[in-house]
Design a protein around this ligand. Structure first.
Ligand code: ATP
Ligand code: MG
Length: 283
């Protein structure tokens, strides 16, 4: 599914990715771990075609498509990206739109321009959005403004958007970094279910090694841009973790019950059904 051969990325004097070779099969769920600055986000950005590698450095294939080769991103990247759902720590929702509209944005890649401009989607996509919101447990929030959701609900909306997109791969960059432990388990559980039940390939970067072990069969650990470990997540022993994290003066993130959780405010800030929004209402 994802095939990376000899990928390198240099920022000035920083080698963010160094001779990365990685093959992820269709239907795998892989945790990407490593200290801050080890290259996790950079790798995810390269897989999604948002960043180009160093010139003359390697190739990155997704499915049968060449995402980039020798530092040049495919001309077909927009089309290739329609199959990739990218989820960020910061949720990337349009705060002023309803949850349903945000989820429907996943259908933009296959929607005509005039519908996009009006954010007006066919019934089939609206139905798909409803099913996706149900799947992740936020259907009752459909008509609320995205800004009124809790962090966990926002992340679930982002996952629902990837479902509407019909993504075959989900790349999640620290999706639970700003969530409390319960919401984190919930979001990781949803990703795991989608992986197991829908066969969606999931690559998820995590600071929480406990979560990597619990939810992902395979783990890839980066250290200074190099793959330091690639194997079963159960193989992430203390000695290895010490090596991975201490070498970059960062500690593995330990689940803490004291993390702050933003409860959704009581809010009547709802949108009437069938509301059509213009782009001027976007953030
Ligand atoms: N646009 C950029 N310009 C310059 N340096 C960059 C850029 N993006 C990343 N880097 C550098 O590349 C290295 C890898 O960064 P990256 O963001 O991929 O790490 P990370 O593993 O995702 O870290 P974190 O866990 O903190 O998110 C770091 O040294 C970072 O400073
Ligand atoms: Mg990062």
């Amino acid at each position: 599914m994802i095939r990376i051969d000899n990928l390198n990325k240099t920022f000035g004097k920083t080698k963010a990715l160094s001779e990365v070779n990685l093959h992820i099969g269709s239907g795998e769920m892989v945790a990407l771990i490593g200290a801050s600055g080890s290259g996790k986000s950079t790798l995810i950005r390269h897989i999604s075609g948002l960043s180009a590698s160093d010139r003359a450095s390697g190739t990155l294939m997704l499915g049968g498509d060449m995402v980039q080769s020798q530092g040049v991103i495919s001309r077909r990247i927009r089309q290739i990206r329609t199959g990739i759902g990218v989820i960020f720590q910061s949720f990337n929702l349009v705060d002023r739109l309803s949850v349903e509209s945000n989820v429907l944005l996943g259908a933009l890649g296959r929607t005509s321009l005039w519908r996009c401009l009006l954010i007006r989607f066919p019934k089939s996509d609206r139905e798909l959005a409803r099913i996706a919101m149900e799947r992740v447990g936020i259907v009752e929030t459909a008509r609320r403004r995205a800004s009124t959701l809790s962090g966990g609900q926002k992340q679930r909306a982002a996952i629902a958007r990837a479902l509407v997109q019909k993504a075959s791969v989900i790349l999640a960059d620290e999706p639970i970094a700003s969530l409390d432990p319960e919401s984190s388990r919930n979001v990781m559980g949803i990703l795991q279910r989608l992986n197991r039940e829908e066969g969606i390939t999931v690559v998820v970067s995590l600071h929480q090694v406990d979560f990597a072990k619990k939810f992902c069969d395979r783990a890839v650990a980066l250290c200074h841009g190099r793959i330091r470990y690639d194997g079963p997540s159960t193989g992430l022993c203390d000695e290895l973790l010490k090596d991975i994290y201490h070498s970059e003066s960062d500690e593995p993130f330990v689940e803490s019950e004291s993390e702050i959780f933003n409860e959704p405010p009581d809010c009547d800030d709802e949108f009437p059904e069938g509301t059509v929004y213009s782009f001027s209402q976007l953030n």
